[in-house]
Design a protein around this ligand. Structure first.
Ligand SMILES: [Zn+2]
Length: 425
């Protein structure tokens, strides 16, 4: 029997191929899939009806890069530079993480996503201190109900890479499930060329996309790209995380390879890594998405990221960014993020046949009321308190402002215990 949900009377925004306000309309969901979008859809006997009066209805946000395990060390280093981040987080804190810390960090981090309208998450997970740590991270993603790509980053040496990664591939063999897998590569600029060669070749062998911090420092950016090209490694779908220091010509080469870019504008600026190359990457034809990256020194919600990218691009020092609009920012947060993850045929818009990952934002509140341009209001005015209802694959995970299916009080207590154990008091 078909399970139907009818979302009635919202102001609907679709995002494909470009964000557009469809006006007052309904969305019919059948068995977790978007079946129809339009005004005054007929009732269906037995359907669950969600009244979206006073709500904006749009596709769920897609976060293309987040170290989800860090939820318990939020704001632990709000005012450091990149070397300071590496010293404190990677050098001091990550080594204290036990499997149970990874579990509660990933669970709380994934629920933070759902609570704020992020329905798909690339979890860039470089806390693989043992197989138990890995299992805890995957379990938490599954428990949360978020749609996730688990980016497995083997932190050990090259000799152990293949065996450890194959083990995770066996845990996550299904490319159509709610939790799928990518290889989170340390890459040539961080781990050296020999290790990077092994990472990309293994990804190709296992049929995994690669996500890697690339082009994040002016020193190794061009050389790292040339290394990947000259070894034929970009035949594997590759996301260039940060990609701050490429020339226009290098962005064209990335576009030609089928590569994508993930920007984390708040911490890129906060850590003084560089100015996000949003307009240049997109002008070259590179799909470019957004990521929270780390709540250690950045906010964890997509509204903050959209506002920051909109501001930084329009305020580019060379004055060339004024063509960037709130529609561009919303596109990066939805369908373009889905393109980055290789999932644009599954999520990222309201096209019938796609998964029903949906967000309802309140407009009947101070700060959102009288939103003349709904897309402008989503990008410039909405915040986490606006998120009323969230669906993932048609399953309601937040309703009336309340996250469902989880005991939040227990989760927050466990997170605080983990924070105390990792950071100390
Ligand atoms: Zn990162």
């Amino acid at each position: 029997m078909t399970t139907t949900t009818l979302i009635k009377n919202g102001v609907v925004i679709d995002t494909e191929p470009e964000p557009v306000v469809l006006g007052r309309a309904d969305v019919r969901v059948e068995d977790g899939v978007i079946a129809e979008v339009g005004p005054d859809l007929p009732g269906v006997p037995g359907a669950e009806v969600i009244d979206a009066t006073g709500r904006i209805v749009l596709p769920g946000f897609v976060d293309t890069h987040r170290h989800t395990w860090q939820a318990a060390i939020r704001a632990v280093a709000p005012d450091v530079d990149f070397p300071g981040y590496m010293r404190r987080i990677v050098g001091e804190l990550s080594v204290r993480y036990r499997p149970e810390d990874v579990h509660i960090g990933n669970l709380a981090g994934a629920l933070e996503c759902l609570d704020t309208g992020v329905t798909t998450l690339l979890d860039w997970s470089h806390i693989q201190r043992s197989p138990d740590h890995t299992d805890a991270a995957v379990l938490a993603l599954r428990e949360s109900g978020v749609r996730a790509v688990f980016g497995y980053c083997h932190g050990g040496d090259t000799a152990g890479l293949a065996g450890a990664t194959r083990r995770v591939r066996e845990l996550l063999p299904d490319a159509s499930g709610l939790v799928t897998m990518a290889l989170a590569a340390r890459g040539p600029e961080i781990a050296g060329e020999e290790h990077a060669l092994a990472e990309w070749r293994l990804a190709e062998e296992l049929g995994l996309p690669v996500t890697s911090h690339l082009g994040h420092s002016p020193d190794g950016a061009g050389a790292g790209l040339t290394f990947l090209e000259s070894n034929g490694l970009l035949a594997v779908p590759t996301t260039f995380v940060h990609a701050l220091h490429y020339t226009d010509e290098e962005f064209k080469r990335i576009a030609g390879s089928g590569g994508s870019v993930s920007l984390a504008p708040v911490d890129e600026m906060n850590l003084a890594m560089g100015y996000p190359a949003t307009g240049r990457a997109r002008a070259a034809g590179v799909p470019t998405g957004l990521g929270a990256d780390t709540v250690v020194c950045a906010p964890g919600d997509m509204f903050s990221l959209m506002r920051t990218i909109h501001l930084l691009e329009r305020g580019r020092p060379d004055g060339a960014g004024l063509g960037f609009t709130t529609r561009d920012a919303l596109r990066m947060a939805t369908i373009e993020g889905a393109e980055v993850l290789g999932m644009s045929d599954v999520i990222g818009s309201l096209r019938p046949g796609k998964q029903a990952d949906l967000v309802l934002l309140r407009t009947d509140a101070l700060g959102m009321s009288a939103a003349h341009d709904p897309i402008g209001a989503v990008v410039l005015n909405a915040d986490t308190a606006s998120v009323d209802t969230v669906l993932v694959a048609g399953r309601v995970v937040k309703r009336g402002g309340q996250l469902l299916h989880h005991d939040l009080a227990t989760i927050l207590t466990t997170l605080a215990d983990s924070a105390a154990a990792v950071v100390g008091t």
